[in-house]
Write a protein that binds this ligand. Structure first.
Ligand SMILES: [Zn+2]
Length: 279
C-alpha cells in the first residue's frame, strides 16, 4: 500500500464557529483570525494505492458553485485536486473508489462537476461510498445543517448509479487493511477510515478532530449537531489513539498533516507532528 496527501487548497471559516464555547482570546493564540474573524483551514484529502485500487478519501470543496458561494469561503493556495493527482501521475479517471466521510460541502463538493448544464461525478470511473444512515440524514437535512448539505453535491452521485453504502457497524472491515469507525456528534454517522500502513494505524480524522488545536476536550466546533456526543467520542478516541500509538491524519489543520499523541498533565496532547511522506 502507498498513501499520498492530496492537498486541494485552503478556505476560511469563522474562528468562533470553529472553536465553539472557547473564547477568542484563547484560540487566537494558535489560530490567528483575519479582520473578518476568519481563520484558514486546509482541505486535505488522502489517496490510497492498494493493488488495482486507487481510493480517494474526501474530495474538498470543488469548483462548481457560483461566485457568491465561494465569496464566503475565501479559497486560496495553489493546490487543487487535479494538480495534486497530476503530481503523482494520476488523473481523476484513474480513481476507482471515492470514500466520503460525510456529505458536508467541504468534503464532497469536489465529487461532482458541472458539464454545461449537467452535473456529473468528477471521478468518471469511481464507485462512491457513503452509508445509508448518513445519506438519509443529508438528503432530508435539518434546518441547522441544511446549508452544509448541498443537493448538487449529493444527488448526482445517486443518479449516476455508482453510489454504494458501507454497512454501519463499528470498526467494520471495508477494504484490505482499511477499517471504518463511526462518529455521531459532528453529524449523523460520519465515517473515519483506519488504515494499516507500514506497521502503523493511520486514522483519517475528518471532522471529529479538525486540527491539533481541537485536542482539548471542550474545543468542539459550533457546527457540530450534538456537541456533547462529540466530546465523549473524542475523549474515547483520544484514549484509544494514545494507547495504540495511532497516527492522526488531519483534514483541516492548516499546518500539520499528521500527529501522534501523549498523556500530559493537561490531558492528551500532541507528541509529534509530521508529514505523511515522513512515515
Ligand atoms: Zn463536516
Amino acid at each position: 500500500m502507498k498513501l499520498h496527501t492530496i492537498n486541494t487548497g485552503f478556505f476560511k471559516l469563522d474562528g468562533g464557529a470553529m472553536f465553539g464555547v472557547v473564547p477568542k482570546v484563547i484560540w487566537q493564540k494558535t489560530n490567528p483570525a483575519d479582520a473578518n474573524n476568519l481563520c484558514t483551514w486546509a482541505m486535505r484529502c488522502l489517496l490510497i494505492e492498494e493493488g488495482n485500487q486507487l481510493i480517494l478519501v474526501d474530495t474538498g470543496i470543488g469548483n462548481k458553485q457560483d461566485e457568491k458561494f465561494f465569496s464566503h469561503y475565501y479559497l486560496h493556495g495553489n493546490d487543487s485536486m487535479e494538480k495534486s493527482l497530476a503530481q503523482l501521475g494520476f488523473s481523476t479517471g484513474d480513481i476507482t473508489d471515492v470514500f466520503l466521510t460525510h456529505l458536508h460541502f467541504d468534503h464532497v463538493g469536489g465529487a461532482v462537476v458541472r458539464d454545461g448544464e449537467q452535473l456529473k461525478p468528477a471521478f468518471s470511473n469511481a464507485t462512491y461510498w457513503s452509508n445509508e444512515k448518513h445519506w438519509q440524514w443529508a438528503v432530508e437535512p435539518n434546518a441547522r445543517e441544511k446549508a452544509s448539505f448541498l443537493k448538487e453535491n449529493i444527488l448526482p452521485l445517486q443518479e449516476s448509479g455508482r453510489l454504494k453504502f458501507v454497512a454501519e457497524q463499528e470498526n467494520i472491515a471495508w477494504q484490505k487493511d482499511i477499517n471504518i469507525s463511526f462518529a455521531y456528534g459532528h453529524t449523523d454517522a460520519m465515517m473515519l477510515p483506519k488504515i494499516n500502513y507500514k506497521g502503523h494505524t493511520i486514522v483519517y480524522m475528518a471532522d471529529l478532530l479538525p486540527s491539533v488545536g481541537h485536542l482539548p476536550l471542550p474545543y468542539v466546533m459550533a457546527y457540530d449537531m450534538f456537541p456533547l456526543k462529540t466530546l465523549t467520542e473524542k475523549q474515547a478516541f483520544l484514549a484509544e489513539a494514545v494507547e495504540n500509538n495511532y497516527i492522526l491524519y488531519l483534514e483541516h489543520d492548516p499546518v500539520n498533516e499528521c500527529c501522534t499523541l501523549q498523556h500530559t498533565e493537561k490531558g492528551i496532547r500532541v507528541a509529534d507532528t509530521f508529514n505523511l511522506s515522513d512515515i
